[in-house]
Design a protein around this ligand. Structure first.
Ligand code: MOS
Length: 776
């Protein structure tokens, strides 16, 4: 599937299945996660969180808490409130964020309102439970439809944040969708919803802060060490040069560690007040309110089509929950407006302000909730037209996106649909709802498109090539569990012609050259491309010295013709010499710095904070083209005729996402994404007590996530795809792609099994009990 001829002279190692370079460290416990970092004589912090969702604190009664033996300090807005500035909301232009400890205002249930520091965790926890708080409580708006929960239309002054267009809100539109809907032979007009969901990475949210000689070191799992450092420095009014963020390994993140949250500043301030390291390990329950979450969404989706199946109109209106002061939104209409060929498109996104914490990134922030209504509506349209759903997507495949007419840098959606359909044996599907059975199980087959933008962020790196030869890559990259460091090492090994064992990666530390946010499926593209650039600069230096050496084998040769392979510098003819010898010519280790800043990013793009970083991740490069990874996902469900229980029996995904650096970890990513999609469709939802605006299932006993028994056979097919336009290495990114189509694929399969269309996720037994097909 080459879009461009691009015959390389040498065999590339990119794309060779490679075990993780840090796999052994991770499974033996050698890998150091933030809370494992040894600090001297730490004090322990415990958070006190609000029991009301809206109102003011009128007073604290702290005597009992302070009397607990071992208590060292107790932070509230009264003694530390002015020591930290406002926390920016995730992703940039999203209005303001909620406050914590900065005033007596309570914005949401579970807000951090005090921090107890003690000699032991037990003493801190006991004292925290003895903190008494008096509140002036107001009636909160808990969710859509609550009193006081008014929708707010977004305008160009409000950027996205969750991965939508960053330069200001934009509702993509073309033609006249209303008129086209009125004239269409077949129309669909339905409402859909997705629930709030909460991150539950295995690693709890921890922060350890240590001050030494006026310099702060923060040990906290983060998707962006450099962003944590600069944003925290700004918040606590410190010089960024005096703040260091260390996050060597992360036990899961996927958005939850993408932006700085409230706790970090207070632990930093607690450590400064005590002049002693302070460690916080928040509880699993506190994790539901002290970091961001995936906000609930509602949608009205209208489609109009001709009898031939061609879309004539698409209207997608979305509503997203956000916090009272924020306009954070993900605006997945940026994708749904452009996914299929359609001459008339109308979109509109509004936020609904609630007395809840500010939402944020969660795997595929815009696409996961917004593809659900579109891909379900297409399935509904396929029934209305009597056209197979795979065929309907083929009929509406686009060469150019319909809004601005830009061509895709590459797009192999139809190839994905065909490959997945063949592997899944879609042919055996009888399209009539509730027509397929297996004993007491009604069997349904459904499919959907997966899509995610293929972006790149700013990044920099230092390459040190030393005798051995050995290469060391230094960059403040992060591994959120994806195998990022292995991809980086593979790229360097490939470009330098060295075995992967000869490449070291030093990362997860803001004192290293800044690398982009490990999010938005951009990290492989940003880190590997800049590593390749550093390697090319190294090759140029070695080649220039080699051709200038009159006694050497390359004297007078064209330096452009020299390359690195198998531990040698190799010329166009038979000339070659061990890399060791080429290095020796330079009289010491070779040190190269390289950086990459996408066009359209600010000049200091590599050094910028979270907000700026997201902007550059979705920078305006390739202005005349549009870039996406694609996939097709097929799911077979069984719905039990007597109980309504839904089980996913099989799932197949085929993906085309440009250059795959390491198929081993790529497959894990895509499989994990599909499992998360099954979870989102059938299990996950945070339930809210509507009177108190409080989460009622905020722990792993009650918040449902899939276990092994919920995860059937999952087949991942990666189609080769060469895209030379997207970036030098042709990397599109796969982190989020695997999740995006699954909600709809499962819902479409459930409809096929039962004849009942569930448009509100998650799909649980109680929503199916009325299905006629379920009765005996
Ligand atoms: Mo992500 S939601 O890009 O970590």
């Amino acid at each position: 599937m080459a879009d461009d001829a691009g015959a390389g002279l040498r065999q590339s190692r990119l794309g060779q299945p490679t075990p993780r370079i840090d796999g052994r460290a991770k499974v033996t416990g050698e890998a150091r996660y933030a809370f494992d970092e040894p600090v001297q004589n730490p004090a322990h912090a415990f958070l006190v969180t609000s029991t009301i969702a809206r109102g003011h604190i009128t007073g604290f009664r702290l005597q009992d808490a302070k009397a607990v033996p071992g208590v060292l300090d107790l932070l509230t807005y009264e003694n530390v409130g002015d020591l930290a500035g406002p926390l920016p909301p995730p992703g940039g232009k999203g209005g303001k964020n909620t406050e914590s400890l900065q005033s007596n205002r309570v914005w949401h249930s579970g807000q951090i309102i005090a921090v107890v520091v003690a000699e032991t965790l037990e003493a801190a926890r006991e004292a925290a439970e003895k903190v008494r708080v008096d509140y002036a409580e107001e009636t909160p708006s808990a969710g859509f439809g609550s009193p006081g929960a008014e929708p707010l239309a977004l305008d160009a002054s409000q950027g996205g944040g969750g991965g939508g267009p960053q330069e200001g809100h934009d509702d993509p539109e073309v033609g006249d969708a209303e008129a086209a809907l009125a004239k269409s032979a077949v129309t669909i007009d339905q409402r859909y919803s997705t629930p709030p969901q909460h991150h539950n990475p295995l690693e709890l949210y921890t922060t350890t802060c240590e001050w030494r000689d006026g310099k702060l070191t923060v040990y906290e799992g983060t998707q962006f060490a450099h962003g944590l450092k600069t944003t925290l420095a700004e918040q606590i009014k410190a010089d960024p040069a005096d703040v260091r963020s260390i996050s060597r390994f992360i036990g899961g993140a996927f958005g939850s560690r993408g932006g700085l949250t409230h706790r970090t500043a207070w632990i930093a301030i607690a450590a400064r007040r005590l002049n002693r390291p302070v460690r916080l390990e928040a509880t699993r329950q506190q994790g539901f309110s002290i970091v961001t979450f995936r906000a609930e969404t509602q949608h009205r989706l209208r489609l109009g089509a001709g009898k031939d199946g061609k879309l004539q109109a698409l209207a997608h209106e979305g509503w997203e929950a956000t916090s009272r002061p924020s306009t954070y939104n993900v605006s997945g209409t940026a994708t749904t407006a452009r996914l299929y060929a359609c001459p008339n498109v109308l979109t509109k996104v509004s936020v609904v302000k609630l007395d809840r914490q500010t939402p944020g990134f969660m795997r595929g922030p815009p696409e996961t909730p917004y593809l659900f209504p579109l891909e379900c509506a297409l399935d509904e349209l396929s029934y209305a037209l009597g056209i197979d759903p795979v065929e309907l997507r083929r009929i509406n495949d686009a060469r150019n996106e319909p809004i601005d007419g830009k061509p895709y840098t590459s797009r192999h959606l139809v190839e994905c649909l065909d490959a997945a359909a063949a592997a899944f044996d879609w042919k055996r599907r009888d399209p009539r709802p509730a027509s397929m059975h297996d004993g007491d199980w009604l069997v349904g087959l459904g499919c959907a498109t997966a899509a995610y933008p293929a972006n790149i962020g700013a990044a920099s790196t230092r390459l040190i090539l030393s005798p051995g030869p050995r290469a060391l890559i230094q960059m403040a990259a992060e591994d959120i569990g994806t195998g990022a460091f292995t991809a980086i090492a593979l790229t360097a090994a490939d470009r330098l012609g060295l075995p992967i064992k000869a490449v070291g990666v030093e990362a997860g530390d803001s004192s290293l050259p800044a690398a982009g946010l490990a999010a938005g499926s951009t990290h492989a593209a940003s880190t590997c491309n800049v590593v390749a650039k550093a390697c090319e600069l190294a090759r140029q230096r070695l080649a220039a010295a080699a051709v200038a050496d009159r006694d050497g084998p390359f004297a007078g040769a064209d330096p452009a013709g020299l390359h690195l392979a198998d531990g040698h510098l190799v010329g166009l003819e038979a000339a070659r010499e061990p890399l060791q010898a080429s290095l020796a010519r330079l009289g010491g280790p070779l040190e190269i710095y390289a950086e990459y800043v996408p066009e359209g990013a600010a000049p200091d793009g590599v050094q910028k904070t979270y907000q700026g970083q997201m902007a550059s991740a979705r920078g305006s490069e390739l202005k005349d083209q549009i870039r996406y990874s694609f996939g097709a996902q097929f799911v077979e469900v069984g719905v039990h005729r007597l109980t309504g229980e839904v089980r996913v029996r099989r799932a197949t995904g085929a993906f085309a996402a440009g250059q795959i650096i390491n198929p081993v970890t790529a497959r894990s990513q895509l499989m994990g994404g599909m499992i998360w999609g099954i979870s989102a469709a059938l299990h996950e939802a945070t339930e809210i007590d509507r009177r108190a605006a409080r989460y009622t299932n905020g722990d792993l006993a009650d918040y449902l996530v899939p276990v092994n028994a919920d995860v059937p056979e999952i087949e991942v097919i990666i189609l080769p795809e060469e895209d030379r336009r997207i970036n030098e290495l042709g990397i599109k990114g796969i982190g989020e792609l695997g999740t995006t189509g699954m909600n709809a694929a499962v819902a479409n399969a459930v409809f096929h099994a039962t004849g009942v269309r569930i448009r509100d996720l998650p799909i649980r037994i109680e929503k199916l009990l009325h299905a006629p097909a379920l009765r005996l």
